[in-house]
Ligand binder design. Structure first.
Ligand code: ADP
Ligand code: MG
Length: 341
């Protein structure tokens, strides 16, 4: 009797707290950050969300300070002024320059972080666009030397007249770092967008997949398809970002083909890579854009760990077979599956 008097109210409290908790909406927090020349948005769910976003924002600014090619005190600026000498850099910088060097090998030179002097000559770094003459491009190409970038522990060395920039990789790596911070803070569900880079932690709080729109490169205010993902990054490189129309009436864009120094024009107008690692997706979205329609498909055949949606300049959508039940296409463009062995 004595016991039941104590236990009954206790049980009532217990039942109430459990059921009341399940009725409460999941806590969430949101943050907008402008960094790396990009508008970034983050949304995280769970008790640790607010603290996780504080740490993520701090980390974004830390990475920008290390990696920015334009800020005088960054590791990259120091490497670019070193005149061929060895430079001590942060763990992040060494990792990313090392990644640049290994993706150069892995993509047959399509990704080359030393293409920067060419990019600058076109005005893509300043917004003062112009079409350089062929002789100027040929001269600058001699300084593009992906094979001569060396990383040894925390020491980086590039040739005296070379310059590097991590524009093709930095946001992808930042996405991975933010996911790690979210996980460390107990966040189980989150979605971030760093410019064209979208990355999800887990699935939506209700357990369903996140749905990510991919822009139609021909009508960039519309999505051509939606891909369903959880725990993945979706990274797009397109010819419609940072581009200009020159006096010759032609369009030029900011992804440079290191083999000739001109904006890559090898049959693709947009490349989206979907995979577990943001850095890899970012590197490959740029590299496969440069490779073009044929080489990109060959590369994808040998790399089934990532999926891709390619759009050709004659308006066809090509997507890897791994996306068969994950992709909803709204566009009128004809689509084909890239079947892999
Ligand atoms: P975004 O910056 O629009 O997300 P990308 O990830 O494709 O697009 O990266 C493009 C950036 O990468 C350029 O702005 C430039 O800084 C750099 N870049 C351009 N061409 C190459 C290349 N062939 N290899 C490595 N980096 C490149
Ligand atoms: Mg990229």
């Amino acid at each position: 009797m004595k016991h039941s008097i104590i236990i009954a109210p206790l049980l009532a409290v217990l039942i109430c707290t459990t059921s009341c908790r399940s009725l409460q909406p999941t806590q969430s927090a949101e943050r907008d950050v402008f960094a790396m020349d990009t508008f970034m948005t983050m949304k995280a769910y769970g008790d640790g969300a607010a603290k996780a976003l504080d740490s993520a924002e701090e980390r974004i600014h830390e990475l920008e300070a290390e990696l920015s090619v334009t800020s005088q005190n960054s590791d990259i600026a120091r490497i670019n002024r070193a005149n061929g000498a060895e430079v001590e850099v942060s763990h992040d910088t060494a990792l990313l320059v090392g990644a640049g060097a290994s993706y150069w090998r892995d993509t047959d030179g399509a990704l080359d972080i030393s293409v920067y002097p060419v990019l600058t000559e076109w005005g893509f770094t300043t917004g003062e666009y112009h079409v350089p003459d062929a002789a100027a491009i040929a001269r600058l190409l001699e300084r593009v030397s992906g094979e001569d970038i060396s990383v040894d522990g925390s020491t980086v060395q590039i040739p005296a007249d070379s310059k590097i920039d991590l524009g093709a990789l930095a946001k992808g790596y930042t996405g991975d770092e933010i996911m790690a911070i979210f996980r460390d803070n107990g966040v189980k569900s989150a979605m971030i967008s760093l410019g064209g880079n979208v990355q999800a932690l887990g699935s939506k709080p209700d357990g369903s997949d996140w749905r990510v729109g991919i822009k139609d490169p021909f009508t960039t205010d519309e999505n051509m398809c939606v891909v369903s993902i959880s725990d993945k990054a979706v990274v797009t490189s397109g010819n419609y970002e940072r581009c200009f129309t020159a006096d010759d009436g032609r369009n030029y864009w900011h992804i440079i083909d290191p083999s000739d120094g001109y904006p890559a024009d090898n049959g693709l107008v947009s490349v989206t890579i979907i995979g577990g690692e943001g850095l890899r997706c970012d590197a490959l979205s740029t590299a496969l854009f440069v490779m073009g329609t044929e080489k990109a498909q060959t590369y994808l055949n040998g790399h089934t760990e990532v999926d891709a949606v390619l759009v050709t300049d004659d308006a066809r959508i090509l997507y890897t077979d791994g996306l068969a039940d994950k992709l909803e296409i709204m566009s009128d463009m004809p689509s084909e599956v890239i079947a892999r062995d």
